[in-house]
Design a protein around this ligand. Structure first.
Ligand code: C2E
Ligand code: CA
Ligand code: CA
Length: 649
């Protein structure tokens, strides 16, 4: 028997497909099927005398059945049936095929019984009906078997039973033809089944490949840690908004004080901070914008349909505020800060604009302003970047080394303005670039890893001057944070002093918090080597950063330099005043002396004196000048006189 789809079996996708193919095949051959059936019924009826032998003759019900089925198929012509309905239809087909083939067979047998002379007509019409109908039903093999089994086979058997050579020959021939038909039907059915299942397999494989592609696309665009979009997704969002010429807005966000959290509390705490920041940004802006993590502690937000010009900066401030909210990690409230660079994509009129680069420049500018700053990109930033690049090229060419010089600013006791020493401040005058501020080129040199060479040169210039000063005056020298965290940095400084014959006890290095944040252990090691040699250590820019007080306890500084921003606010802000009082009393209790920086007027000086600050530095007492002009600062009398002359004392 042929390979048949089980009708009662649950109808899976494959069965459904097979059923549909079977039904479509049946439908295609139905007109011919009934034409063959009707033609042979009518043909046999006419050939055998055209009389209905008795009222039990199967001819009328046969014709009725055939016409009934024709009507049924015609009414079902355009209908799209479900697999379940098709199953029902196939069952009916089986039933009717059995009924028609059975009735025809009974009629054929009756005809031979009543009149053996009709045998040739019976054989002729029933063979044609059997083979014709079997072929017409070939797309549904169980039905195709019915004419073969119920009509053809009994007629062949009857021929054998009738005896006589011609009858047996006819019977044998009929049997063989039916056998052949059966074999052909089976082969054809196999092919159709294979075709359907391979088509289905192909479709399933396509669907699987499509789903896999979709999933890998999703994963490729997601940041695994925070579950928000990643850099790739952001870039494609920017690209498509550029292509569509949308006036989008891009914000780049960089976290501040994240690294120390990671170092102090471990990666788990760091991850939690990143996840929290991502969630806050996503919740606040995710509806209208794409929020992405660019990697590390950098995030981005892209508003494809833009923001109103008035609200762009406000959004930047909102981002900083959201990030600053304390994050509780294992019962501890941690805090990170953010800087934000924003850019609005203006109509470009055909110009190609690199939105990401512009946002990056704005972010860089924000970061150089301090913490929680927001900067909106403007064309000026491009000029700044251009200058930055030129500074970088000049540094790399080595030209800066020969053009460097040092100026010295007096540091005096507050009590009587007696000069105790000078801070060396680097100067660079380039013929093409003009005056380049130390903030500019020191940072650039750090980024280019050229700070070592520069510092050596600056130290040499400073020491060459300082050895000529009276022995009671000290030299205060700035070392960049990167260098303080270099192995062997302290020994190199001491070697230089020894070479020029400068007593390390007259030497003070100024270090910033950033150095301690970069690598506390190495910074401490270098500091203790210098201290052992007799040098003094000053913590510079105290009060400009975020987390200084703890360092005062952990590292034994000799001097703390109060940042200019604190001094500038001193006479205006009560809060600053209280903060300074606290810091001064802490320093007193730790035996650390304080230098107030940026003292610019007598009010500040008077307030600081009342608070018991030890030393001052600033334009009020003396501007930084070249070594050749230091003579006037060399004595207490001169310093006071200068101040008096300027009417400040
Ligand atoms: P800093 O170490 O805090 O140096 C003090 C800065 O304040 C100097 O700026 C000085 O000129 C300025 N200043 C002094 N008194 C006053 C005042 O009364 N009011 C105001 N508004 N400013 C005052 P400068 O020379 O531009 O140096 C800027 C920064 O560059 C320095 O800040 C220091 O961090 C860095 N720097 C300067 N020279 C060197 C160096 O040789 N090596 C390293 N690593 N950094 C240096
Ligand atoms: Ca300094
Ligand atoms: Ca300072």
């Amino acid at each position: 028997m042929a390979n048949v789809p089980p009708l009662e079996a649950s109808i899976g996708a494959e069965n459904g497909e097979q059923l549909r193919a079977t039904y479509a095949g049946l439908k295609r051959h139905v007109p011919l099927l009934y034409a063959v059936a009707l033609a042979n019924v009518v043909g046999l009826h006419v050939a055998t005398g055209g009389e209905v032998t008795s009222f039990t003759s199967p001819v009328p019900p046969l014709v009725f059945l055939i016409l009934w089925r024709v009507r049924h198929w015609l009414s079902n012509r355009g209908a799209e049936l479900s697999p379940r309905a098709i199953t029902k239809e196939l069952k009916k087909t089986l039933l009717y095929a059995a009924a028609i083939a059975g009735a025809f067979s009974v009629w054929a047998q009756l005809l031979i019984t009543h009149n053996v002379g009709t045998i040739n007509s019976v054989v002729f019409f029933s063979s044609l009906a059997t083979i014709g109908c079997a072929y017409a039903l070939s797309s549904y093999p169980p039905a195709a078997m019915l004419p073969l089994g119920l009509l053809g086979t009994p007629v062949a058997v009857r021929l054998f039973l009738e005896g006589g050579t011609p009858q047996v020959g006819m019977g044998l021939s009929l049997l063989l033809v039916m056998l052949l038909t059966w074999q052909l039907l089976r082969a054809q059915n196999h092919t159709v089944t294979d075709l359907v299942s391979s088509r289905l397999r192909l479709r399933k494989e396509n669907q699987r490949a499509l789903a896999a592609e979709k999933e890998s696309d999703r994963l490729a665009n997601i940041d695994v840690l925070t579950n928000i979009a990643n850099r790739r997704a952001l870039l494609s969002s920017i690209r498509s908004s550029e292509e569509e010429r949308q006036q989008s807005v891009l914000a780049l966000i960089d976290l501040d004080a994240f690294k120390p959290i990671n170092d102090a509390f471990g990666h788990h705490a760091g991850d939690l901070v990143l996840e929290t920041v991502a969630r806050r940004l996503e919740e606040k802006f995710g509806d209208l914008a794409l929020v992405a993590r660019m990697g590390g502690d950098e995030f981005a937000i892209h508003w494809r349909s833009g923001l109103s010009p008035g609200s762009t900066l406000a959004v930047g401030h909102e981002i900083c505020r959201l990030v600053e909210e304390p994050i509780v990690v294992e019962h501890r409230a941690l805090q990170v800060f953010a800087c934000c660079g924003l850019v609005r994509q203006e109509p470009d009129y055909g110009r190609r604009v690199d939105l990401l680069r512009q946002a990056d420049l704005a972010l860089y500018a924000a970061k150089s302003r301090g913490k929680s700053e927001t900067v909106l990109f403007s064309q000026d930033l491009l000029a700044t970047e251009d200058r930055h690049a030129r500074i970088g090229r000049a540094l790399a060419s080595g030209a800066a080394e020969d053009e460097l010089s040092v100026v010295f600013q007096p540091i005096t006791k507050l009590e009587d303005l007696e000069v105790v020493g000078f801070e060396a401040l680097a100067r660079w005058n380039d013929p093409k670039l003009g005056f380049v501020g130390p903030n500019e080129f020191i940072t650039a040199a750090e980024q280019m890893n050229l700070i070592g060479i520069l510092t050596e040169r600056l130290l040499q210039l400073s020491l060459d001057c300082a050895v000529t000063w009276p022995g009671n005056l000290g030299l205060s020298f700035n070392v960049s944070s990167m260098q303080l965290c270099e192995l062997g940095a302290a020994r190199r400084l001491l070697a230089k002093m020894e070479k020029v014959g400068f007593d390390p006890s007259r030497f003070q290095i100024e270090v910033t918090e950033t150095a301690l944040l970069t690598d506390f252990a190495l910074a401490r090691e270098n500091i203790s080597i210098l201290k052992d040699a007799g040098a003094m250590i000053a913590l510079d820019d105290f009060g400009a950063g975020h987390a200084s007080i703890s360092y005062l306890r952990e590292m034994s500084f000799d001097v703390v330099k109060l940042d200019g921003s604190l001094v500038a606010n001193l006479t205006q802000s009560k809060q600053t005043l209280q903060l300074l009082e606290g810091v001064l009393s802490l320093c007193r209790s730790l035996g650390v002396r304080c230098v107030a920086e940026h003292v610019e007027n007598s009010d500040q000086l008077a307030t600081l004196r009342a608070m018991g600050c030890d030393m001052v530095q600033g334009y009020f007492v003396g501007r930084p000048v070249a070594n050749s002009k230091l003579g006037k600062y060399m004595s207490l009398r001169d310093c006071k006189q200068i101040a008096r002359q300027l009417g400040r004392w």
